[in-house]
Design a binder for this molecule. Structure first.
Ligand SMILES: Nc1nc2c(ncn2[C@@H]2O[C@H](COP(=O)(O)OP(=O)(O)OP(=O)(O)O)[C@@H](O)[C@H]2O)c(=O)[nH]1
Ligand SMILES: [Zn+2]
Length: 295
């Protein structure tokens, strides 16, 4: 029987999965009974034929990022991510509601988060400073950077070390520009993956895991911007506002909607100033967007 080795799924190719093992990349086919393999998955594989592997098992994942698929279901995009880096900028549009939404999803999926204000070379970032202070107060690290001038990038580089990260954020905030800064040899690496895995042509829309020069891995996944409110329920949304957590369960009524309900512990905390009013208002706005479901 062929020897079983551990490997890391680094890309989806047209004809299979590129699995890395000791610096070597091999094209593998997963056994049919397995779950969809996600980039970042640690797998057990064996050599099925010279230069061709078979994935026999997916090792337990500590996190899994899902993305809505065309058929209305979700599919795994990236596994074992430690940190989601939410990128935003004053241009094309600064949107706290969207930041809160990303944070709520990450809190519910157990991802650590870092916030990155890109394009800090542009004027007008002071406008965001007051709100950003609220996020800092909640314990979310914030990096102000510019992919254009290089400002602040050292700090972000250090933050990426020793873990698996993924960039996300709305269109036009500079995700590709920052990715180019961190993976300047992306094209070369892509070609190397295709070459080592033979035949396996890289599809540019697929997620790919890159090793960073300074240590740490970055999963580049164009299109992760589209992870919407996913399937969060109103309760999960409240949990995603992490400063609400100490109060959840303390409202007078079990089915409290945290709106005008009598004896709402969360609203009381807002009135006392323990919870930021802006965050609370945005919570209500996001909650309104959630389709009504049985609770
Ligand atoms: N002034 C300034 N412009 C930047 C900076 N980073 C990116 N840009 C510009 O912002 C625009 C969008 O950058 P992209 O890197 O393509 O943004 P993206 O988030 O990858 O966009 P999508 O591919 O649509 O998701 C480009 O015109 C960049 O040149 C920056 O730090 N400062
Ligand atoms: Zn309440």
């Amino acid at each position: 029987m062929a020897e079983v080795k551990e490997g890391l799924a680094i890309a989806h190719l047209g004809q299979g999965i590129a699995v890395e093992n000791n610096g070597r990349i091999i094209l593998c086919q997963p056994l049919r009974k397995l779950d969809t393999i996600a980039v970042g998955d640690k797998v057990l594989w064996s050599e099925a034929a010279p230069g061709q592997g078979r994935i026999e098992e997916i090792l337990p994942r500590h996190s899994l990022l899902m993305r809505p698929a065309r058929n209305g279901k979700t599919r795994p995009v990236a596994a074992n991510i430690d940190r989601v880096v939410v990128i935003f900028a004053m241009e094309p549009r600064y949107d706290c509601l969207l930041i809160d939404q990303y944070l709520a999803i990450c809190e519910n999926s157990n991802f650590k988060v870092a916030l990155v204000l890109n394009k800090a070379d542009l004027p007008g970032t002071e406008e965001a400073d007051r709100e950003l202070a609220v996020y800092v107060g909640l314990g979310y690290p914030i990096y102000k950077v510019s992919a254009k001038t290089g400002m602040g990038l050292e700090g972000l580089k250090q933050a990426l070390q020793g873990q698996v990260s993924i960039f996300t954020g709305q269109s036009g905030v500079g995700k590709s520009s920052l990715t180019r800064v961190f993976i300047p040899d992306k094209e070369i690496k892509i070609n190397a993956i295709s070459a080592s895995a033979k035949l396996g042509r890289h599809t540019t829309t697929a997620a790919t895991l890159y090793h960073l020069k300074e240590g740490g891995n970055l999963i580049d996944s164009p299109g992760v911007a589209i992870f919407g409110l996913a399937d969060l329920t109103a309760d999960e949304l409240a949990y995603g506002y992490k400063e609400f957590r100490p109060y959840i369960g303390n409202c007078r009524f079990n089915d409290c909607r945290h709106e005008q309900d009598k004896g709402c512990a969360i609203r009381t905390a807002v009135e006392k100033g323990t919870i930021s009013e802006c965050r609370y208002r945005r919570f209500l706005k996001l909650k309104d967007k959630i389709p009504l479901k049985p609770r």
